[in-house]
Design a protein around this ligand. Structure first.
Ligand SMILES: Nc1nc2c(c(=O)[nH]1)N[C@@H](CN(C=O)c1ccc(C(=O)N[C@@H](CCC(=O)O)C(=O)O)cc1)CN2
Length: 304
């Protein structure tokens, strides 16, 4: 689907086209994969474990596999039944940890409720943790003077979108809405590493709109459709909308359409730049996964 453009005479925000940026990054990665293969004969490999039969997870895994193929990265997949034992997942992770053809391992989230997510994520070798969810990688992200081996893909994609759109982060006020382990917390830590002054707004924050209004950069990752209104934004703010929310729409062939956390039409009239949904941060997640997998293979093979 094409990125929506702001409509109406008042619309002024630049559209940050994540689909286009992600495609450029994927082409750069494909060129690097080919250079590495020609130079040392090694090909990066990504292993994906999918448990259960959630349609959205199956789509993301299929898209990851396709993206690997297009970039020349090998992919390995394990699919397990919804009622599989946690030990089964751990057994496959252990095998991938030991497999020299595998440079990156990811377990598609969410896991079925009976599984302990922490146990599963802890089992991935930190050297192959291309999702960046291992507590050691997250812990290093939070510490000054320490670097994680990998940064979670969606927050990394947010920073890359800002960089490639020429948005200065250093010295700016950033507000992150949401404090999830996958997006909100790591996004706040990354923005701080880029020398922004960061505030996190969450479900217990009083008057969130007053805090958001002070931000030069707003990253929203709450999963609530159209929660952030144009009136919440400082004129000229840059808005990165991570929310992907399905809302009923009989006019769409799927019966629903995807919208972000931010009211796009309103934000377009106030912000200087805004990411659309779909076509904004989402495609960057998979591009950053390929980037982490390539980086892992380069590190393991000591290839610059
Ligand atoms: N192990 C992980 N699990 C999950 C992650 C993750 O990074 N690692 N993130 C999400 C799901 N996700 C990737 O896994 C993901 C989500 C969305 C998109 C995307 O491109 N979205 C499109 C819209 C797609 C559509 O039409 O349905 C967009 O926003 O334009 C890619 C990847 C949770 N689980």
């Amino acid at each position: 689907m094409d990125a929506p453009q702001p409509s109406g005479a008042e619309a002024s925000a630049k559209v940050i086209d994540g689909k286009l940026v992600a495609q450029q990054i994927r082409e750069e990665i494909a060129a690097e994969v080919s250079r590495m293969k020609d130079a040392i004969g090694a090909v990066p490999g990504l292993a994906v474990i999918l448990v259960g039969d959630r349609k959205d997870s199956a789509t993301y895994v299929r898209n990851k596999k396709k993206a690997c193929e297009a970039a020349g990265i090998n992919s390995f997949e394990v699919r397990l039944q919804e009622d599989s034992a946690e030990a089964e997942v751990l057994k496959h992770i252990a095998a991938f940890n030991d497999d020299p053809a595998v440079h990156g391992i990811l377990v598609q989230l969410p896991l079925p409720k009976h599984m302990n997510e922490e146990n599963v994520l802890n089992a991935v070798s930190i050297e192959k943790d291309v999702d960046g969810f291992h507590p050691l990688n997250i812990g290093r992200l939070a510490m000054r003077g320490r670097d994680p081996l990998f940064v979670p893909c969606t927050p990394k994609g947010c920073i890359e979108l800002l960089r490639r759109s020429g948005v200065q982060i250093s010295g700016k006020r950033a507000v992150v809405i949401g404090r999830s382990n996958i997006v909100g917390m790591p996004a706040a830590l990354l923005l701080q590493r880029e020398d922004a002054t960061v505030t996190i707004v969450h479900s217990r924050t009083k008057n969130p709109e007053e805090i958001v209004k002070q931000a030069d950069i707003v990253v929203s990752a709450v999963g609530q459709s159209n929660m952030v209104r144009g009136s919440w934004l400082k004129p000229g703010a840059v808005v990165i909308d991570v929310g992907i929310n399905a809302v009923e729409d009989a006019s769409c062939s799927r019966g629903y359409k995807l919208v972000g956390d931010v009211c796009y039409e309103e934000a377009s009239k106030v912000a200087s730049a805004v990411t659309p949904v779909p076509g904004g941060v989402g495609p960057m997640t998979i591009a950053m996964l390929l980037s982490n997998t390539l980086a892992s293979a380069k590190r393991i093979h000591n290839f610059q």
